[in-house]
Design a protein around this ligand. Structure first.
Ligand code: C5P
Length: 219
C-alpha cells in the first residue's frame, strides 16, 4: 500500500455502521474510531458533573482521552445516547472534538494502513476528502429492533417502544440540527442494510473498496 486509506461513514442511529466499520477495520487493517462514542463520553460527563459541567472541563477531558476509554459499557445506555444528541448540537462542543477526530483519521499509528471513522458528519466535515465515503442506513423499525436487542443483551431494561421513540427523537435532532446535520453527501455510496445480513453487507462494501484500491494500485 502506498497511500493511507481513509474510510468515512455516516449513518443514522443503529443502522449497522459500527458493525460494518469494525469489519472494514479488521479486514483492511485500519484504525477504527466510533465518533458517536466521543459525544456519548461528553454526554455521560454532563450527566455525572451536572452543574459543574462546562467547556473547559470538556476540553481537558478530551485532551487526555484515550481510545480505550471509549469502550466503557456505561456509554451504551439510552440515557447517555439522548444526552449525547443534545450536546452534539452545540458548535463549541463539536469544535473541541474536531482535532481528536482529525488526528485519528489522518495520523493513525504507523501499524495501520489508514483509518475508518463513523458518525454523523464524517463525510461532510471531518474526512471530506476520504478515499471511500459511505452512507449506511436501514428502515427505522429494523434499526429500533437491532438496538433493542443490543440493549437487552447487555441487561438494559428497556422496551422496544422506548427504543423506537428514542431513535426517532435522535433522528429528528441529528438530521435537522443547525450545525453539522446528518446528510448523505453526493459523493457517498448509499448502503441500505435493512434486508442484508452483516456478512453480505460487508461483502458489498469490500467489493467496492477492493475494486478502487486495485485501480489505484494500492492492493
Ligand atoms: O453513533 P451514536 O448513536 O453512538 O451517536 C450518539 C449521538 O452523538 C448521535 O445521536 C449524534 O447526535 C451524535 N454524533 C454526532 N456526530 C458524530 C457522531 C455522533 O453529532 N460524528
Amino acid at each position: 500500500m502506498n497511500k493511507i486509506i481513509q474510510v468515512a461513514i455516516d449513518s443514522p442511529a443503529a443502522a449497522g455502521a459500527g458493525t460494518q466499520a469494525k469489519m472494514i477495520a479488521n479486514y483492511f487493517n485500519l484504525l477504527y474510531l466510533d465518533t458517536g462514542k466521543i459525544y456519548r463520553f461528553i454526554g455521560y460527563l454532563k450527566i455525572q458533573k451536572k452543574k459543574k459541567f462546562n467547556y473547559s472541563l470538556v476540553k481537558n477531558e478530551i485532551k487526555k482521552l484515550k481510545l480505550k476509554s471509549l469502550d466503557n459499557k456505561v456509554l451504551i445506555s439510552n440515557k447517555v445516547a439522548l444526552e449525547a444528541a443534545i450536546i452534539a448540537k452545540d458548535p463549541k462542543i463539536r469544535k473541541i472534538v474536531f482535532k481528536f477526530q482529525k488526528k485519528c483519521a489522518y495520523k493513525p499509528p504507523k501499524k495501520f494502513n489508514g483509518s475508518v471513522l463513523d458518525g454523523r458528519d464524517i463525510t461532510s466535515v471531518i474526512v471530506k476528502d476520504a478515499m471511500f465515503k459511505f452512507f449506511i442506513t436501514a428502515n427505522i423499525k429494523t434499526r429500533a429492533l437491532r438496538r433493542y436487542k443490543e440493549l437487552r443483551s447487555i441487561k438494559n431494561k428497556i422496551s422496544y417502544n422506548e427504543v423506537l421513540k428514542s431513535i426517532k427523537k435522535r433522528d429528528k435532532s441529528d438530521f435537522n440540527r443547525r450545525y453539522s446535520p446528518l446528510k448523505k453527501t453526493k459523493d457517498s455510496i448509499l448502503i441500505n442494510t435493512t434486508n442484508l445480513t452483516k456478512r453480505s453487507c460487508f461483502l458489498k462494501i469490500k467489493k467496492i473498496m477492493e475494486k478502487k484500491l486495485r485501480l489505484n494500485g494500492n492492493f
